[in-house]
Design a protein around this ligand. Structure first.
Ligand code: GDP
Length: 147
């Protein structure tokens, strides 16, 4: 069982797509193990996007990520990291297949709806970053009994 970190970015909140995206995560049989809405400050954005801090588009990302609060989700399930990356698909929505989150809902790379951890190692780091000090829930659902 793995747990991965998902962020619903400001365009998801602004466009009223929260339910659409979360329903895809649930429909894939993943369990929502934690969820909260937070306004990101500069420190957490700088940490989370340290790997693109030297890119020319970084200041625009910082502004975009602070336009509204975001929704942070811990999603749990078998191979959750890879499964969610497959659900969201390519960074650039132009390269994302239809029936995926970015393929269906995003038009350009400046506002691509969602973030999801890209490896088990990063999931662990990112879950700590967004849920530090707050335990992820353990509970069972009826639908998991037939898994
Ligand atoms: P992700 O894991 O698929 O989100 O991709 P990255 O970690 O490589 O990039 C983080 C975020 O930076 C992406 O989701 C985009 O919002 C943004 N980004 C990445 N590459 C570009 C780019 O070439 N141009 C612009 N405008 N934004 C980018």
């Amino acid at each position: 069982m793995q747990t991965t970190l998902i962020l619903l970015k400001p365009d998801t909140i602004e466009r009223g797509l929260i339910g659409n995206v979360i329903s895809r995560i649930e429909a894939k049989w993943l369990q929502i193990a934690w969820m909260k809405m937070i306004q990101l400050d500069n420190d957490i954005i700088n940490e989370h996007y340290a790997h693109i801090a030297d890119k020319p588009f970084f200041p625009a990302i910082v502004k975009y990520m602070q336009r509204t609060p975001v929704i942070a989700i811990a999603a749990k399930g078998k191979n959750a990291v890879l499964v969610v990356r497959s659900l969201i698909w390519a960074t650039n929505p132009l390269d994302a297949l239809p029936w995926t989150v970015r393929g269906d809902l995003a038009l350009n790379i400046d506002a691509n709806i969602i973030h999801a951890s890209d490896s088990e190692e990063n999931a662990e780091i990112e879950l700590k970053r967004f849920f530090k000090g707050e335990g992820i829930f353990e509970y069972s659902r009826l639908i998991d009994e037939v898994l």
